[in-house]
Design a protein around this ligand. Structure first.
Ligand SMILES: [Ca+2]
Length: 491
């Protein structure tokens, strides 16, 4: 089977399964709730976020080029969500939503911390918050009264001075600061919050962060811990480990030419994915060795879709096919992401879940698993605990996006809503809408606005009501609008 055929098979499987509707795990859900962790300790939480990992970038999600045996095995032991979303098409807002359970629009962290200036565009973007708001309770802050040790190891990207992980409830911050990408993946890294003196001599950033994570869980094996592990990979710069590269270069050279442009074929990117997979395997093996795997929940996520721009020495970074476009766009390629949860005893191993879920759901899910009842203030996400246990479907009308910004990935200011099989996108420059049936057109090519006007109106009303409810900041007419200079970027 060629890689294109394999991807097509995955696509057909997804379409057929979503067309059936509902949530049907592949196995039988456990009949009894999962047992309490050993020694009456609350569950440990390991939350792994891979930066910019696209929906099809894992083997288990359909890639025939990328090799991810350890993450595939995690999915085989847990539950894999096929309709999981990031709350935005860029890094910082999604991370804010993961850590607080609130939509980026409510937090007013609607773009990545630096953002893009488009001074001559049609719309003037609203001023947004360039850090995680101090008043929003994070998972680390919420877990602290329950006796959890917490660490953020990796990319933070939610503010620098006075807004680093240690300012938001984490006991330990390794490598987290304002930046969204490392100056270098090879030592010396040039990250002020990461010592250049590697304890085990690791010379590659992904290995180094995992060493730090292993040190943290080892030191805290006898108490509940929350490990937030946002790897810098696989964000640009695409800088692989040299000894992983040759195999993928050879694979790319022999890849079936008929596979076409829509398959993964970037050897540097594939090598970086292999690095993160090997390190996830190393961390999971450590949980086994420490005898804490059976009382540790592992969550694996990405913060936005894969980057399809030609920003690597090998050309385009990745493709999210069959999804449309990628990071920085309004379409599925920008926001649909891999999402896996392994909760020992809770779900049938290898479950596949089709209910749409979104990154703010992680916060109430983690807190419910930990037995923490004080959720802080408003929580936009929904706990996935019943879904994970196979005890019911998630009851909510819709999930939402609000991105009042421009992005080189293709986005102009927009909002979107998904309700059931339908997704509506509203583009703020002219308030036009597009409506897609994701069960029949996952690639968002058949706009149904004219065919299903009542559905379009229903979704638009939902979106507008939600914007009012969260206080979403809208862009305004730009007095300096200049079509001739519109696409000039200042940064
Ligand atoms: Ca990202």
């Amino acid at each position: 089977m060629t890689s294109q055929q394999r991807q097509l098979a995955v696509l057909v499987g997804v379409v057929l399964l979503t067309a059936c509707g509902g949530s049907t795990p592949t196995g039988s859900p456990s009949e009894t709730p999962p047992a309490s962790p050993a020694a009456d300790l609350p569950w440990n939480i390991v939350l792994i976020v891979v930066d910019d990992l696209g929906w099809t970038d894992l083997g288990v999600m359909g890639s025939a080029f990328h090799e991810t045996p350890n993450i595939d095995a995690l999915a085989a032991e847990g539950m894999r969500f096929t309709n999981a979303y990031a709350a935005t098409t860029v890094c910082s807002p999604t991370r804010a939503s993961i850590l607080t359970g609130q939509y980026p629009a409510r937090l007013r962290v609607t773009d990545w911390i630096d953002g893009h200036a488009r001074p001559w565009a049609k719309l003037q973007i609203p001023e947004w918050t360039h850090r995680l708001p101090a008043e929003a309770l994070t998972i680390a802050e919420a877990l602290r009264p329950a006796g959890y040790a917490s660490a953020s190891i990796g990319k933070w990207h939610l503010g620098g001075e006075s807004s680093r992980p240690e300012d938001h409830g984490f006991d330990l911050n390794v490598a987290g600061d304002h930046r969204g990408q490392p100056p270098s993946y090879h030592a010396p890294y040039g990250i002020p919050t990461l010592s250049e003196d590697a304890p085990n001599g690791a010379a590659y950033l992904t290995d180094r962060l995992t060493d730090e994570a292993i040190g943290f869980v080892t030191a805290n094996r006898d108490r509940p811990f929350f490990l937030y592990l946002p790897y810098y990979t696989v964000h640009t710069p695409i800088e692989p480990e040299a000894d992983r590269l040759a195999a993928y270069e050879a694979k790319a050279a022999t890849q079936d030419a008929a596979a076409g442009a829509w398959t993964h074929r970037n050897p540097g990117y594939a090598s970086m994915i292999e690095s993160v997979d090997a390190n996830v395997g190393r961390l999971l093996a450590t949980l086994d060795t420490l005898s804490v795997a059976d009382r540790t929940v592992v969550i694996f996520a990405s913060d936005n879709g894969g980057l399809v721009l030609p920003l690597s020495p090998w050309g385009r970074v990745t493709t999210n096919w069959p999804l449309r476009v990628g990071k920085g766009s309004a379409y599925e390629g920008g926001v649909r992401v891999p999402f896996i949860v392994r909760w020992p005893g809770a779900m049938a191993p290898g479950s596949v879940e089709r209910t749409p879920v979104i990154s703010p759901d992680i916060y109430p899910t983690v807190l419910e698993i930990a037995g923490v009842r004080n959720l802080g203030g408003v929580v936009d996400g929904s706990s996935l605990v019943p879904t994970l246990r196979g005890e019911g479907t998630l009851e909510r009308d819709a999930i939402y996006w609000h991105y009042p910004h421009y992005h080189p990935g293709g986005a102009a200011p927009y909002g979107a809503v998904r309700s059931g099989r339908y997704k509506l996108i509203e583009f703020y420059e002219d308030m036009r809408v597009e409506l897609y049936d994701l069960d029949t057109s996952i690639a968002e090519v058949v706009n149904l606005v004219e065919t299903l006007p009542e559905e379009a109106t229903r979704l638009r009303d939902l979106l507008h009501a939600w914007r009012d409810e969260v206080g979403a900041q809208m862009p305004t007419e730009n007095p300096d609008y200049d079509p001739e200079r519109e696409f000039s970027f200042t940064r």
